[in-house]
Design a protein around this ligand. Structure first.
Ligand code: AMP
Length: 194
């Protein structure tokens, strides 16, 4: 079992790098944002509840996302490991993840925190908004609200993992391949994973 968290603000490249990491390390990708968008697409009650919250750049409730993670664990009993992308986003979510992993005797190996300037984040997200169908990437006010939610509610989670000696800061600007190399170097140095 080999489990990673890709941590960082919206637009820091978590989704892009997660795709590359799951291929290299054969991990199951869990993106709570993708799971929520699938619920919206399928027009489920959960999707309907999450839709306006997401469109406003706010976080959906801890209860909803923790339930989605628990379901994903149950659906993948033979996974070689997981990569969490966009989760946990609050201390309550981090505590719930610790508890779920303890119950399953899984270990969290490393939390990789992608560091990107705010100016670059806004630029990347507005750019993504031009080609993706994500409503929350098309409006600069919503983008800034999401970044504010990150500083208010999510950034403290980095401290939570720093206390557990699990946090690695990764420079998140530059080419996709350079950033990927920084991530794999940190993983291989810190976790004996080669
Ligand atoms: P993302 O695709 O990770 O940028 O997430 C898009 C939106 O989904 C966020 O702005 C939140 O509204 C919601 N969301 C995704 N993951 C979480 C989470 N772990 N906790 C709360 N809300 C989330």
């Amino acid at each position: 079992m080999f489990n990673l968290i890709l941590f960082g603000p919206p637009g820091s490249g978590k989704g892009t790098q997660a795709e590359k990491l799951i291929e290299k390390y054969k991990l199951v990708h869990i993106s709570t944002g993708n799971l929520l968008r699938a619920e919206i697409e399928a027009k489920t009650p959960l999707g309907l509840e999450a839709k306006s919250i997401m469109a406003n750049g706010k976080l959906v409730s801890d209860e909803i996302v923790i339930g989605m993670i628990s379901k994903k664990f149950d659906e993948n009993p033979h996974a070689g490991g997981f990569i969490f992308d966009g989760f946990p986003r609050t201390i309550a979510q981090a505590e719930a993840l610790d508890k779920m992993m303890q119950e399953k005797k899984y270990r969290l190996n490393r939390v990789l925190s992608m560091e990107v300037s705010e100016q670059e984040l806004v630029k990347r997200l507005l750019n993504r908004g031009k080609t993706s169908d994500r409503a929350d990437d098309k409006n600069e006010d919503v983008i800034r609200k999401r970044i504010k939610e990150y500083w208010d509610k999510t950034f403290p989670v980095a401290g939570y993992y720093e206390q557990q000696n699990k946090l690695s800061g990764i420079e998140g600007e530059g080419s996709i391949d350079d950033i990927f190399n920084r991530l794999t170097t940190a993983i291989e140095l810190q976790t004996n994973k080669v």
